[in-house]
Design a protein around this ligand. Structure first.
Ligand SMILES: [Zn+2]
Length: 417
């Protein structure tokens, strides 16, 4: 049992602040309670002057890109999104072997933990190291102490054998653990694969996790080849039937598709920083309803930065308040709760060493989230009631040793690019 001494505890739902000692129960169903005193000999984390609140969820992530930080540039600069995939990401993911997949998960997982995230919804791709890849990632994240909802990116882009391996790996993984059925995006997924992915998701009572209309070319491909738009296609195939289904991006959905999405129980993830980095368009929440979450799309693991980016883009478009942006950050907790996924209990906490020069109140907390707080304030992190980051150092894993390993794997990967 872990005790937090003298916390300024922020209720993530109401933003009410209460000072006192907290008792944090361990385990997937552990809760957090105020106590009047801390028993002698108990395990205590002193949090005087710190804000303590619920940790973050990354609703769309790509751990497989963790070793890309600082990698050599492609031989020629991509001129559009299709070239970006071909020259950069598909070149990288094809070079990943099992050791590198583990290095990615460890490097990305540690970064996420140090940014205050305790739950990752990941979309994985390593076409030449598919078998067992989801277990490798799961075990790395388990070692770090992070909860997860994984999937493997199914696609026809690397031919029949790779597609079949992906389906088999997904089926094998979902037979033992919670996860989703991943699809790359409409333009690399055949009708046959789409149908089989939906059937596989139904077999395991789960949803689809797919990129949708990230670039205009994805929509144009669907219209050209099938005469319909992506969400018409996905909806007709049953891919939007599950409330567990996650669509990433949705930048180029038209009015009709927005209505299809709104009528479905599916969720959409905005990845603002990534969209700007790729220059693929602007996210517009108009007509999409309330099932919107935020992700990083593998660009980093910093949900505070992602929220700020979504907020500033929303400001530029007009009408977004700090509270709107804060609520979008927190929407992922609802997605996980209503769908019965485990690992996002109240005993997941981030301890923020944040001492602004102005008062912090329930009324202005959202503004502090948007204008004041950053990853530099994340001091300690508790996942499922267990300390995983203590005063900016990892607790359960040897981060120096891991850094040596991931750095070696990155060099190996970069040589192959
Ligand atoms: Zn993505």
């Amino acid at each position: 049992m872990l005790y937090i001494q003298d916390a300024s505890f922020v209720d993530w739902r109401t933003l009410r602040i209460r000072r006192g000692h907290l008792k944090v129960a361990p385990g997937p169903k552990g809760d957090v309670r105020f106590v009047s005193r801390i028993p002698q000999g108990a395990s205590v984390l002193d949090c005087s002057g710190r804000l303590v609140t619920k940790s973050f969820v990354i609703a769309h992530h790509h751990l497989y890109s963790a070793l890309a930080l600082g990698m050599p540039l492609p031989p020629r600069a991509p001129r559009n999104f299709a070239q970006m995939l071909k020259l950069v990401w598909w070149n990288l993911d094809r070079k990943l072997d099992a050791e590198m997949v583990r290095a990615c998960a460890l490097a990305g997982g540690i970064e996420a933990a140090k940014c205050g995230a305790t739950f990752l919804i990941d979309h994985h791709s390593s076409p030449n190291a598919t078998r067992g890849s989801l277990d490798i990632i799961a075990s790395a994240l388990d070692d770090i102490g992070l909860s997860h909802l994984l999937c493997l990116e199914l696609s026809d882009r690397d031919g029949e054998r790779r597609r079949e391996e992906g389906l088999a790996e997904t089926n094998r993984y979902l037979s033992g653990r919670q996860g989703l059925v991943g699809l790359h995006a409409s333009f690399t997924v055949s009708d046959g694969l789409l149908k089989r992915a939906v059937a596989l998701a139904e077999t395991h009572a789960t949803g689809i996790h797919a990129h949708v209309a990230e670039a205009l070319s994805d929509e144009n491909d669907c219209i050209r080849r099938r005469g319909i738009r992506i969400l018409e296609r996905f909806s007709a195939a049953g891919a939007l039937r599950s409330p567990k289904t996650i669509l990433a991006h949705g930048l180029h959905l038209d009015k009709k598709e927005r209505a299809i999405f709104r009528r479905s129980p599916a969720w959409l993830v905005q990845n603002q920083e990534s969209n700007q980095n790729n220059g693929v368009g602007d996210f517009d929440s108009a007509g999409l309803g309330g099932r919107l979450m935020l992700g990083t799309d593998g660009l980093n693991a910093d949900m505070l930065a992602s929220t700020r980016a979504a907020y500033l883009a929303g400001r530029a478009r007009g009408g977004m308040s700090p509270l709107d942006a804060y609520r979008r950050l927190r929407k992922a907790h609802e997605y996980l709760a209503v769908n019965g996924f485990t690992g996002d209990g109240e005993n997941n906490l981030v301890i923020l060493d944040y001492a602004p020069p102005t008062p912090v109140t329930p009324a202005n907390l959202a503004a502090h989230f948007l204008y004041g707080l950053g990853r530099c304030h994340v001091e300690s992190v508790i996942s499922a009631g267990r300390l995983i980051v203590r005063r900016r150092r990892m607790v359960g894993v040897d981060e120096d040793k891991i850094r040596e390993f991931t750095s070696k794997q990155a060099e190996k990967l970069w040589r192959r690019l």
